[in-house]
Ligand binder design. Structure first.
Ligand code: GLU
Length: 503
């Protein structure tokens, strides 16, 4: 079996196309088939090298790989259509030679007039067939005099094209509705339907898995396979990816490209796991999304189980899946990934090994309770961003902290920590206990002022985790590459002083 994914490099990788790539990958890796990546860049006006690079990078980021492609080479190259023009030209010439294709000299304005006439008469819009009649000698003369014709495929009349789609079942199309399509444009670039057939045939592709938007192209392609004497592959057309409101997934729904999901802090394994479940399920009637690594998904994947109703992409479900993967991800990896999110959140950093080790140790404070990496900086902001005056400026927090009981707790805490070593969990508990004995405050009346004074926030992660992290951070040298972290001793003193300024 040989499969392929054939992106057009005209923008970012959309999650719908990423899912098409993923289904090809799942089938290939689950069955031992080869996977080819082919870049369909014949639309010179819209294709860019940047887009090709971005698409390949995003596919790799998702963890997908391929056996042949423009970047890895292979026996059926080149793998960019723009480098295969000679092949399309030679097949087009051959088709013209045997009368299965013909030069078309119709000017764009003429075609536009024909189209308007079709529409006005309520007929389906299709090429009139005007140039079918041009004799080969006339065509030659016109070409010799400098005219540049397009080449059209002479579609056989009165035929029914039948194929068995691996997802959608029996498909039937009549050829009467198909006007002779252009296979080679006047500028020498091939039409999609032509290039795709020649490439899939020469690359020995056995299964074409692609979006349902290409379903109506398939009969034309099958006719071209026939005409060129190639054996058509098995086709599988995946239903579109829709938003929760059942409209095709678009900007209106929020993020749509893989790059955007990466920038929002989704992990690739979460996006892969979730995308695999859009329109496919590894087991019948399972409750909720099933979490499993990509290779396990591949082991279970089969085209028979791909549904023909549209797949709904729901970012809330993706977020749930991501949360599960964040919980089990290696803290070192998350620390590394979170750096750009800290920077994005206005916390400049260039951590060295020690700085990263610190972030990794702090990561469990955040990673168990966020959906995405872009939420990590806010969860850990208490480390880098501490200003008692700002905390006290909050009306509710300020009022509570100015109460006699809270002032007493903060004062006792500052005194207690003034001579104490940096806090680990046990020393923090002991210090809190001393403050309890000295002030007679307990439970919330004790711990809430301590939280506010040491973290600068009324809410946040467990103190048993956050306090030791603050004091570990306070001892980091500047070479660690993180913004400086004020220790608990200094925080308690600063908070007590700020409180003293307030009446
Ligand atoms: N280049 C086409 C697209 O991006 C793929 C067509 C195909 O898979 O046959 O839609």
């Amino acid at each position: 079996m040989r499969l392929r994914f054939a992106p057009s490099p005209t923008g970012q990788l959309h999650v719908g196309n990423a899912r098409t790539a993923l289904f090809n990958w799942l089938l290939a890796r689950g069955s031992g088939a080869e996977l080819v990546l082919r870049v369909e860049d014949t639309d010179a006006g819209r294709s860019t090298a940047e887009s090709e690079a971005a698409i390949l990078r995003d596919l790799r980021w998702l963890g997908l790989d391929w056996n042949e492609g423009p970047d890895v080479g292979g026996p059926c190259g080149p793998y960019r259509q723009s480098e295969r023009l000679h092949l399309y030209h030679s097949y087009a010439k051959e088709m013209v030679g045997v009368g299965r294709a013909y030069p078309c000299f119709c000017a764009p304005a003429q075609l536009e007039t024909d189209r308007a006439a079709d529409l006005a008469a309520g007929r389906p819009v299709r090429y009139s067939g005007r140039c079918r009649q041009v004799s080969p000698s006339t065509a030659e003369r016109r070409i010799a005099s400098g005219e540049r014709p397009a080449i059209r495929f002479r579609v056989p009349e009165e035929r029914e094209i039948v194929f068995d789609d691996a997802v959608r079942g029996d498909m039937r199309f009549r050829t009467d509705v198909i006007g002779d399509p252009i296979i080679l444009r006047a500028d020498g670039t091939p039409a999609y339907n032509f290039a795709v057939v020649i490439d899939d045939a020469l690359m020995a592709i056995t299964h074409v898995i692609r979006g349902e938007d290409h379903l109506s192209n398939t009969p034309r392609q099958i006719l071209l396979y026939e005409t060129l004497g190639f054996r058509p592959p098995t086709f599988a057309h995946l239903s579109l990816v829709l938003g929760p409101d059942h409209a095709p997934l678009s900007k209106r729904h929020g993020a749509t490209s893989v790059a955007e999901f990466r920038a929002k802090g989704y992990l690739p394994e979460a996006l892969v796991n979730y995308l695999a479940l859009v329109g496919w399920s590894p087991a019948e009637g399972g409750a909720g999304p099933e979490l499993m690594p990509a290779l396990e998904l591949a082991r279970r994947f089969s085209l028979d189980a791909v549904g023909h109703s549209a797949g709904v992409f729901d970012e809330e479900k993706l977020a749930w899946v991501n949360r599960q993967y964040l919980k089990i991800a290696e803290p070192t990896r998350l620390a590394d990934l979170s750096v750009s999110f800290f920077r994005g959140a206005g916390v400049p950093m260039t951590p060295n090994g020690e700085g990263l080790a610190f972030l990794a140790a702090a990561m469990p404070i955040a990673s168990g309770s966020v959906d995405r990496l872009d939420q990590v900086p806010a969860r850990l902001s208490f480390l880098f961003d501490y200003l008692p005056e700002r905390t006290l400026a909050d009306p509710l927090v300020g009022e509570e902290m100015r109460s006699e009981a809270a002032r007493a707790v903060v004062r006792a805490l500052a005194e207690q920590l003034a001579t104490a070593p940096r806090l680990d969990r046990e020393r923090f508990r002991a210090a809190a206990n001393d403050v309890k004995i000295r002030t007679g405050q307990r439970a919330r009346a004790l711990f809430h002022p301590i939280r506010v004074a040491l973290t600068g926030r009324a809410e946040g992660p467990e103190l048993d985790l956050s306090i030791p992290a603050i004091d570990r951070g306070a001892d980091l040298p500047s070479q660690a590459g993180l913004p400086s972290i004020l220790g608990c001793r200094e925080r308690a003193a600063a908070f007590a002083a700020a409180l003293d300024q307030q009446t």
